[in-house]
Design a protein around this ligand. Structure first.
Ligand SMILES: [Zn+2]
Length: 316
């Protein structure tokens, strides 16, 4: 098994959002990738420039951050379908992707879909989010930090510019090589750009301090939140059914919360984040974790305020 650490640079519509192609807001223009063996030693690397097709000139912000000139993209770049095929076949089937943050894998799939090539990367895709691994291994506040922040904090020499796909892939590799085995093993992520479509595709994951469930697709939020599987709360430590003490309530437009109690492990909080799929439906990502002290009171107060607001709205 190999680890494929990759980083992408992309361009967006230089004439603003109003004129962008809605199916491809971000067009990939560079792929940088490093192949590591299972001992995290570098065995190969790949660097591809992609000739722009949808947005022919660079957005000013892309120009600011990306270390390349447009002429290079046109002279040395290859069309995206060819670049994607080369990248995926170089990566090989028996490999796990690793990226800094979650967006590179999503944009890779969106670009593949645009060219009807998504079947080359069937999902949901399991991957390692090195930004998350770094937070777990090194950051007491568990925050999402920039790649440069991580490089500085780990005293890694900065011999390349940031924000080129190839050098960012190298820097991400340097961080990955400093993450311990156990943290890597216990924290695989799932990219849900290709979200579960039917019941048998639904995903359950158990981590050290929380569990996760990714539902199939529903026509709308109401139907999703009525589903017995999404409403059920099983303890993230022992798997037994927990008794709900504060029922699911809509805490925000795209978030529902609840509080439950496991006889053995105490109070748990449940959260469902509601996501829109590419095909127009919705699905839920449910997370169960141990409740913090005061969390029951906070949830109760939040629910009370929301109910009050809704009541006032109805009276007006
Ligand atoms: Zn339990």
């Amino acid at each position: 098994m190999n680890y494929i650490i990759f980083d992408l640079e992309w361009n967006q519509c230089p004439y603003g959002k109003a004129r962008e192609n809605k199916k491809l807001p971000f067009e990939i223009i560079e792929i940088g990738a490093i192949k590591l063996n299972q001992d995290l030693a570098v065995v190969d690397s790949l660097h591809l420039l992609v000739r722009p097709k949808i947005y022919r000139s660079l957005h000013y912000r892309t120009r600011e951050v990306v270390q390349m000139r447009e002429a290079d993209l046109y002279n040395k770049g290859i069309p995206f379908p060819e670049a994607a095929r080369r990248f995926l076949s170089w990566a090989g089937g028996d490999s796990v992707f690793c990226t800094w943050g979650e967006s590179d894998l999503t944009e890779l799939q969106r670009n593949l879909k645009f060219y009807n090539m998504l079947r080359l990367l069937p999902g949901p895709v399991q991957f390692y989010d090195v930004q998350k691994l770094y937070a777990i291994a090194y950051d007491p506040e568990r925050e999402r930090r920039s790649l440069e922040y991580a490089i500085d904090s780990l005293l890694i020499e900065k011999h390349r510019e940031f924000h080129s796909a190839f050098s960012d892939a190298w820097y991400t590799t340097a961080v990955m090589q400093r993450i311990d085995d156990k943290t890597i093993r216990e924290n695989i992520s799932i990219d849900v750009y290709q979200n579960p479509k039917k019941k048998t595709d639904e995903i359950y994951m158990v981590y050290a301090d929380h569990s996760m469930f990714i539902s199939r697709e529903f026509p709308n939020k109401e139907a999703l939140m009525q589903d017995s599987e999404i409403r059920a709360v099983h303890c993230c430590f022992c798997g037994k059914r927990a008794h709900r003490k504060i029922q699911w309530f809509s805490a925000a437009a795209k978030r529902s919360q609840c509080l439950a109690v496991c006889a053995a492990h105490g109070q748990l909080t449940g959260e469902v984040r509601i996501r829109h799929s590419d095909s127009g439906g919705v699905y839920g990502i449910k997370t169960i974790r141990a409740a913090q002290t005061e969390e029951e009171a906070e949830l109760q107060e939040r629910r009370r305020v929301l109910r009050e607001k809704r009541r006032k709205k109805r009276q007006n």
